[in-house]
Design a protein around this ligand. Sequence first.
Ligand code: PMP
Length: 428
Amino acid sequence: ACVPAAAAPAEPLPVLGRDVTVPLVTGGEVTYAALDYAASAPALQRVWDDVAAYAPYYGSVHRGAGHLSQLSTELFEQSRATVAEFLDCRPDDQVVFTRSTTDSLNLLARALPAGTRVYVFETEHHASLLPWREAEVTYLDAPRTPAEAVTTLERALAAREPHGDALVCVTGASNVTGELWPVQELAAAAHAHGARIVLDAAQLAPHHPVSVTALDVDWVAFSGHKLYAPFGSGVLAGRADWLQRAEPYLAGGGASRTVARRADGGVDVDWHTTAARHEAGSPNVIGGYAIASACKALTEAGFDSLVAREQQLIATVRAGLAEVPQVRVLSLFGDRAPRVGVLSFVVDGWNSSHFAAALSAEYGIGVRDGLFCAHPLVRTLLGSAPAEPGECGAPDAAPGEPSPTSSGGTPTLNAVRVSFGAGTPDEH
Ligand code: PMP
């Protein structure tokens, strides 16, 4: 299900920031080349226009009797339905609007039935790796082929006591290598062993159609700001049962149906069993609307042709990098593994941070350097010993000191990442 579709390539979709120019250290200026889509993609012009057209009419959702409140409630709920359609959800799945993928996975972590064992590959982004720490977690070793990922998971699941709940959390496409993971096979393995599975689609959803039904995953999480919508909104979609039984993620208005003082002085709360249960407070209606607008834009443009175009861009980038003998492209599953428009590399003799800074200063190209919030994975790929962690980027260097990742013969502990998507023009 994760093999890129063959279709006629599309035109790039209009995005914000296409005409931004930046100064170069060498003098003059160039049009900025935004090649850091994996961190945050530029918003589609269409999304921006939709939001601007709606902005004068927004009001509080789920509460007001006024016309604009009613309209906003309708648009917010329609947005939920659009997202469900975009993800090809099952009819009884719930779509919860969150702040981001990180928020979605933390929400699910809080909704786990007591005693759930979580299985997660060490190669995951920290957003998928870390939220489960209060549960019992089995960390799985990095597989070197997609098939090995499946057998590793099967072996771990087979070794578990056959009672209690279990959850597998896996990425659809790596934010470091861009490689596609065998989600459908992992879901089948999870289900065969009585476990459930959540798909971290932060990198998959912007680059590839996701069908919850066809992949047979129990939940999927993604972020608006990587899917060509602005910041601040995300999605957790999937099975309602664990979500309905869990304590609300946030306690407050909107999540509660009725609240009453008890005779003994306490408070009784009847919580909603819809998505509202986990959306307490005034929801981010513009954020949900923007995500829905992006979903529609991708579908209407023909997602398969966007995929085809992105595959051409990847091939061009790969061919260009292959001409430079000092460049090593990072890969877990091997050179021929299918990937989305995300690719990391190191350059012999270069500190990756300096290399990324030079691309910006000398060419106006914006890329990312560091460990990409996936420290164990990047260390595995670089074959390096654990280093002191920094933030999501490179390990910290003292001010004025060379970075501990510096080159000069020592292996770099960080990499350069280039990533692109539906809005990237060929010239970049
Ligand atoms: N998972 C993956 C694979 C990601 O690439 C990212 C963002 N880099 C996240 C999760 C977290 O997304 P967000 O920062 O929007 O919560």
